[in-house]
Structure formats: structure tokens, C-alpha cells
Design a protein around this ligand. Structure first.
Ligand code: NAD
Length: 462
């Protein structure tokens, strides 16, 4: 069926869903989705192994579990999220009553990337359905096995609520021609701009979950072993292809030696002496990204950087965990989002120097700080503008459903997860009811609006 026909079918139900898609019906659809995922766990694991060489444990922990957790969380809290919220009248509005109704936006479009191709297609869908919408989901063509599986799973859900649209940029472009009520896009800042420009044509609202270079900072008072453990995990999980992976790390110059030693030990502890043989280490998504990453490392080397690890196998799309030292800001690896298992370590002499460097770049999706001194933690968490801050931890804020997940500036617009995801897909509709307000006193003829009464009204409205 064509995407236009899918869209028309879903959009036809917009008005009906506003009144008829109640708590029980939404819960039922979420349970259906949960069961469809549970039934296909083995297929999901196989598809992600196919697309990204993703180890089973990583698929369970970072793809399946976050979606199931999102469903459980929504089932538990949806009643409260949906409840119209009463607000107190301001002085000027005495005599009225008001509440905010959470209204479904209508028919929404979800565009997903390839790096967590399952979780980032279905996680937002949970929020969209919880908020009472119908949704078209476009999974990433760069993870074809997962894309096909997502489409099969969605076929288990009611056709008047959900449709899958498989394909690449052409499919996405055709979808963006349609008058969706909201577009939830996860992907690169470059394509994010295209999506926002398309949304401007129909004035669809957008949530943009983008990427960028998220810095990690090993503070002067860091526990080096802990920093190495967390940074190595955050960087090399999914072979570095994680939007919130630490892109590069700033290390006090005097601690560079011990930190490198600690990092090497952690890499070995996680993946053994030969990561290629490890069942816990993933692969690069495709030949283009493999060539991009090895190109970044080769170019850095050619300009004087040193690379450790760096062994690769194009056939297997394998690139070893690679530590880069001696990079400069002019190198390409310092300019584009790395999005692979390559970690530049940058020495620094003062925190102000690091803050100044971070300030010159676009606002990152995450900032990771490793530090024990409470004063330094307080200062740096306030000073750095980022989508989120992790202190002595990497990645985990993604899994915390009571936290909004999203970027700022070039790393994104809006937020996802839990109640924030529900709100992204809802219109917060004020309903104001007049009982005995002052409004009649303000109506023409205005001649009556003089003297004492005028002063009283002005005071109340002011
Ligand atoms: P991408 O922007 O290349 O593609 C994302 C999606 O957009 C895909 O489904 C793709 O088919 C579609 N697309 C491609 N061209 C399009 C066009 N012209 N118009 C509309 N849609 C188009 O991103 P990617 O390579 O799949 O993912 C990597 C990027 O995503 C990285 O920058 C990463 O940091 C970011 N990311 C962000 C998050 C987050 O939650 N903030 C999560 C994962 C990835």
C-alpha cells in the first residue's frame, strides 16, 4: 500500500481518537506491542547481529529492554499523565476555572536512525501511542534486517493506528510531503535541518533527537580507574556508534600516562587481548562508515597523531578499539562526530582552557565529567551547556525514564522518554471556563470603565 494511502487511513481517525482512544484502549495497544516484541526476541537478536554484529547481551540491554521499560513505565503512569491538570486562577482570572487537557497531536511521523535501529524506532512509538496518536514509523534503510523486522512487528498492531514505511532518503522525502501533525526525528544534525525545513512547509511541530561531539572530561580530582571504566564502556559499546558515546576525552596532562594505562587495562578486561575474537564487541554498520572511520584514523596519523589499537578488517567491518593521542583541532577527527570505536585523548593544563574549547563548539548531546570534588562538579555542571550531564557515569541517563532525554541547539530540539515523550506527542490544550469573571466589566461601551472601577480592574489585570 502506498504511504499516501497509509497516511490517509491513519489521519481519518484523528477526530475519533481524541475522544475514543481512552486509557484502556491505549493500554491495550501498548500491551499488544509488548507481546509482539516478546514473541520475536530471537528474531530481534538475529537482525541486530546481522546489521551491526551486535552482541546478544547488548541487544537485550540497549534495544529490547529500553522499549519494554518504556511500555511498562507508560502502563503504570499513563492514567496520571492523561488526567486533565487543574490550574489555579490568577488574580485577573478570578471567577474562572481552568484545566489543561493532554490532546493527541494527531497523526505523527517517526524517523529512526541505524545505530539503535530497533529501540529508536519503537521507543518513540510507545510515547506516540501512549499520547493517543496514530503513527507512521520509518526505520533506517542502513539496518535492513532490523527495518524489515520492525515492519513485521508493526503489522501485529491495529492498521488504523500504526503503519511502517520502509526505505531510504526518497521514502523519507515523500513522507515529509504529507501533512503530519508532528515529526519525531532521530538522526544527524544535517538531515535534522532537512526535516525541520520540510516541517516548516506544513507547520508540523518537531522533536529532533540529533547527535554531535559529546566531550568527556577527566577532572583533576577524578578517580582514574572509574573514569577509564565508564569511558571505555561508553565509547566502545556498539563499536562507538552511540549518539551519547563520549566522542573524545580531556585528560590532565600530568595524568595522561596513568589514565592511558587504566584505559588499556579496561579495554583488555572487556574485550580480551584480541577484540576481533570477542563476542562482546560489535562491527561497523557498513563499508561507507568503515572507510570513513579508517580514513579519519589514517589522516590523523599522517598529520602526526599516534594511534593505538587501530587494526582493522574491511571484509568483516571490524575496527579495533583505538586510542588516539597527539590530535590537533584542525584534524578532521576533531571536527566531525566520530561515531565509531576511536577515542582521541586530549591533554589539558587548566579547566578554563577546556571550558573555553567546549564553548567554541556546538552544544553537545551529553557532557561527561569525572571528578570527586563537589565544588568542581558544581561549577562544571553549571558551566557547560549540553543536552545532559553525566557525573562519573556515561550513557546511563538514557535509561533513566524520569529524566528528559534530548539535546540543545545543534544536538536537538525537544525531549523524549517517559512523561517527556508523552508530552512531546501531546498538545497541552488549555480549557478555560468562565463562571463569574470580571470580563463583562471590560466590554464596550468603555465610558463606563472609569474612576474607581477602572483602577480596580487595572490593579487586578496588572
Ligand atoms: P541520518 O540522519 O543519516 O539518518 C536518520 C534517518 O533519516 C534515516 O531513517 C534516514 O533514512 C533518514 N533520512 C536520510 N536522508 C533523509 C532526508 N533527506 N530527509 C529525511 N530523512 C532522511 O542519521 P544516521 O546516520 O542514521 O544516525 C546517526 C546520527 O544520528 C548521528 O549523528 C547520531 O549522533 C544521531 N543519533 C542521535 C540520537 C539521539 O537520540 N539524539 C540517537 C541515535 C543517533
Amino acid at each position: 500500500m502506498s504511504i499516501e494511502a497509509d497516511f490517509a487511513r491513519l489521519a481519518r481517525g484523528n477526530a475519533r481518537r481524541r475522544t475514543g482512544f481512552d486509557l484502556a484502549a491505549r493500554r491495550q495497544v501498548l500491551r499488544l506491542l509488548s507481546a509482539a516484541i516478546r514473541r520475536r526476541e530471537a528474531d530481534i537478536i538475529a537482525a541486530l547481529a546481522d546489521d551491526l554484529g551486535k552482541p546478544e547481551a547488548e541487544t537485550r540491554l540497549t534495544e529490547i529492554l529500553p522499549v519494554q521499560a518504556e511500555i511498562r513505565h507508560a502502563l503504570r503512569h499513563l492514567k496520571r499523565w492523561m488526567r486533565p491538570c487543574r490550574v489555579r486562577p490568577t488574580l485577573a482570572m478570578l471567577g474562572t476555572s481552568a484545566r489543561i487537557r493532554m490532546e493527541p497531536r494527531g497523526t505523527v511521523l517517526i524517523i529512526a536512525p541505524w545505530n539503535y535501529p530497533f529501540g529508536l524506532a519503537l521507543g518513540p512509538l510507545v510515547s506516540a501511542l501512549a499520547a493517543g496518536n496514530a503513527a507512521v514509523v520509518k526505520p533506517s534503510e542502513m539496518a535492513p534486517a532490523t527495518s524489515a523486522l520492525v515492519a513485521r512487528i508493526l503489522a501485529d498492531l491495529p492498521g488504523e493506528l500504526v503503519a511502517a514505511a520502509e526505505g531510504g532518503a526518497e521514502t523519507a522525502t515523500a513522507l515529509l510531503e504529507l501533512p503530519f501533525d508532528h515529526i519525531f526525528f532521530t538522526g544527524s544534525p544535517e538531515v535534522g535541518r532537512v526535516v525541520m525545513a520540510a516541517a516548516a512547509r506544513t507547520l508540523a511541530s518537531v522533536t529532533l533527537e540529533l547527535g554531535g561531539k559529546s566531550p568527556a572530561l577527566v577532572g583533576p580530582g577524578a578517580d582514574l580507574a572509574r573514569a577509564a571504566r565508564m569511558i571505555a564502556y561508553g565509547k566502545f559499546a556498539n563499536a562507538g556508534q552511540t549518539c551519547v558515546a563520549p566522542d573524545h576525552v580531556y585528560v590532565p596532562r600530568v595524568q595522561m600516562g596513568p589514565f592511558l594505562t587504566a584505559l588499556r587495562a579496561r579495554i583488555r578486561a572487556m574485550y580480551g587481548a584480541e577484540p576481533k575474537a570477542s563476542a562482546s564487541f560489535g562491527r561497523i554498520v557498513n563499508a561507507r562508515h568503515f572507510a570513513r572511520l579508517t580514513g579519519l584514523v589514517d589522516a590523523a596519523r599522517a598529520s602526526g597523531a599516534e594511534a593505538e589499537g587501530a587494526s582493522s578488517d574491511a571484509e568483516a567491518r571490524y575496527l579495533a578499539p583505538t586510542l588516539l593521542t597527539g590530535t590537533t583541532p584542525a584534524m578532521e577527527v576533531s571536527r566531525q562526530e566520530i561515531f565509531g570505536p576511536v577515542l582521541p585523548l586530549i591533554p589539558y593544563d587548566s579547566l578554563d582552557e577546556v571550558l573555553a574549547r567546549i564553548e567554541t563548539g556546538p552544544k553537545p548531546l551529553a557532557f561527561y565529567l569525572f571528578e570527586r570534588d563537589p565544588g568542581t562538579i558544581a561549577r562544571l555542571t553549571a558551566a557547560v551547556s549540553a543536552g545532559a550531564v553525566g557525573v562519573n557515569v556515561t550513557l546511563a541517563h538514557y535509561l533513566h525514564l524520569n529524566l528528559p532525554f534530548g539535546g540543545i541547539g545543534q544536538s536537538g530540539i525537544g525531549a523524549a522518554h517517559g512523561q517527556w515523550g508523552f508530552r512531546a506527542f501531546s498538545h497541552e490544550k488549555p480549557v478555560l471556563r468562565d463562571r463569574f469573571s470580571l470580563l463583562p466589566l471590560l466590554m464596550p461601551p468603555y465610558e463606563g470603565l472609569s474612576g474607581r472601577l477602572a483602577r480596580l480592574v487595572q490593579r487586578l489585570l496588572g
